[in-house]
Design a protein around this ligand. Structure first.
Ligand SMILES: Cc1cc2nc3c(=O)[nH]c(=O)nc-3n(C[C@H](O)[C@H](O)[C@H](O)COP(=O)(O)OP(=O)(O)OC[C@H]3O[C@@H](n4cnc5c(N)ncnc54)[C@H](O)[C@@H]3O)c2cc1C
Length: 477
């Protein structure tokens, strides 16, 4: 039995199962000292912080069941990890990899420091199906188009089988020294206080590995069977809703992959679901190469597009008061629960960029602050895809019609009524475009436009023409 501890540095991998860093230490038999660091960079969104608080508490509880603790520190990892390793005489530090360029740079610097002090540093795969550098074109370049990317990824075969939670773990005590301050939960400062806007989050979500697996089991046993047909219908609750659990590493994509493969569902449903995990991989493969994916258009010529400035329009979009019921339902779902259905994310993103002609980065930032699943790779990649500024993106001139999208994907208006209660008595025939309805009939349903529900912030036809004309002039430059 080894006696000097292994420091397990948890990051966004709040789990005990399929945790390669932890399992390797358990195999060695060395006592573990489990830490997490609230790093100053990158600044995280408020919704992310809400989830992070729950994730820390859930992981601490899971470690307590095993006889240990999660020690929470605040500061720069470059300072804390090597110093703590030294003080507790760690034989090694383990972590699961992060893949963003800034995080990788920090980890490389820490590895060098640790090694120079004679401490081993081991990093392990975890958050992706395959390490990003293993999926490259024949010319050894990153893929720019999803389909060949995914074909190449699938050729690598199934991801490794997930690791089980270690049966036994022994824990090292946190060193008794004033050099480090372990935070008590009330010192995390991650929860909103005044006002406490997280009531809807609490009703909707339970962070943690246990909740993630309950969610996954239900999805694999039931929802997956209708996934490919129904996933686009926001009222149907037909997608996995696993995105925040993946984001915080309560589950790994390898666990999802194997659960889906073993499920009693058709190959079509399984393939569709795995391909969505593929989009997540693709997004990470882009961020792995390009640090500025959230701040620069991947097709740089788009940074010269004459975006409008329209604080009122932006506010109407953010608060779900554009007068377009499907857009408003999505934005209110986001505000209330920290999550929005994928189809509706596409509609609201297209609306901001094409109808309001506002810079996609404004939408990206809003999502970054309000999504519990905000992901630094998937969020900008999807915004750029919808804006037409990204790699393998929908062209700018493809403008989603929010009325047709609403009629097609929320035909009965069920989703709209759930999130826009002032329209709850409006029948399906009028709910998608209330301004076009007979106003007396609308009034009979309790809605006077401009009083109970807003007039549209912009006429759809005019908005479309304006976007196309800006696009044509822009291309002509
Ligand atoms: C403008 C915009 C912004 C987005 N921002 C994020 C984000 O910050 N974080 C995030 O996880 N997803 C983001 N997405 C992708 C997608 O909307 C969510 O992953 C999905 O809605 C999550 O729901 P789910 O878990 O039920 O997905 P499912 O349909 O059950 O899919 C399973 C998993 O596959 C991944 N996935 C699915 N679709 C995509 C996609 N288009 N791109 C990347 N990964 C995908 C997710 O990890 C998801 O949990 C965004 C999409 C758009 C259009």
């Amino acid at each position: 039995m080894l006696t000097s501890p292994t420091l397990i540095w948890f990051r966004e991998d709040f789990r005990l199962a399929d945790n390669a860093a932890l399992s390797a230490a358990a195999r060695d038999g060395s006592p573990v000292l489990c830490i997490i660091i609230l790093e100053p960079e990158p600044p995280q969104g408020a919704a992310h912080d809400w989830w992070r608080d729950g994730a820390i508490r859930a992981l601490d509880a899971a470690l307590q069941e095993k006889g240990g603790r999660l020690h929470v520190l605040r500061g720069r990892a470059e300072d804390l990890v090597p110093a703590l390793a030294k003080v507790c005489k760690a034989s090694a530090v383990h972590w699961n990899r992060r893949y963003d360029p800034a995080g990788r740079a920090i980890d490389t610097a820490i590895k060098t420091q640790l090694k120079s002090h004679g401490t081993e540093a081991h990093s392990f795969p975890g958050a992706l199906l395959h390490e990003p550098w293993t999926i490259r074109t024949q010319a050894d370049k990153p893929f720019q188009v999803f389909t060949p990317f995914w074909r190449a990824a699938r050729k690598l075969g199934d991801p490794r089988p997930p690791l089980l939670t270690p049966d036994t773990l022994t824990f090292a005590p946190f060193p008794e020294t004033d050099q480090f301050h372990c935070l008590y939960p009330e010192e995390f400062n991650l929860l909103p206080i005044s006002p406490d806007w997280a009531g809807g989050f609490r009703e909707t979500w339970e962070p943690g590995e246990k909740a993630a697996h309950e969610h996954l089991a239900l999805f694999a046993e039931d929802t997956l069977r209708g996934y490919s047909e129904e996933r686009d219908y926001p009222a149907a609750e037909a997608c996995s809703r696993l995105s925040p659990y993946l984001r915080f590493g309560h589950v790994t994509p390898a666990q999802l992959w194997h659960a889906a493969m073993q499920a009693d569902a058709s190959a079509q449903n399984k393939d569709k679901f795995l391909a969505e995990l593929g989009w997540r991989e693709f997004a990470w493969s882009i961020l792995f190469e390009q640090a500025n994916v959230a701040t620069r258009s991947l097709r740089p010529e788009f940074d010269a597009l004459p975006w409008r400035t329209d604080p009122k329009g932006l506010k109407a979009w953010q608060s779900g008061r554009t007068g377009y019921p499907l857009v408003d339902a999505g934005m209110r779902e986001l505000w209330h629960t920290g999550w929005m259905h994928n189809r509706v994310r596409m509609v609201v993103a297209s609306f901001l960029v094409k109808h309001l002609l506002l810079d996609w980065r404004k939408g990206e930032r809003w999502f970054a602050d309000t999504l519990v699943d905000h992901d630094p790779a998937s969020n900008p990649m999807n915004w750029q895809w919808n804006a037409g500024t990204g790699v393998d993106a929908a062209p700018f001139f493809r403008i989603m019609n929010p009325i047709l999208q609403s009629e097609k994907f929320d035909t009965e208006g069920e989703y709209i009524r759930r999130w826009v209660p002032e329209l709850r008595r409006v029948p399906a025939s009028m709910i998608h475009a209330p301004w076009a309805a007979d106003q007396a009939a609308l009034k009979a349903c309790g809605v006077t436009l401009g009083r109970d529900y807003p007039h549209p912030v912009i006429n759809h036809k005019l908005a479309r023409e304006r976007a196309l004309s800006v696009w044509k002039n822009f291309r002509g430059n």
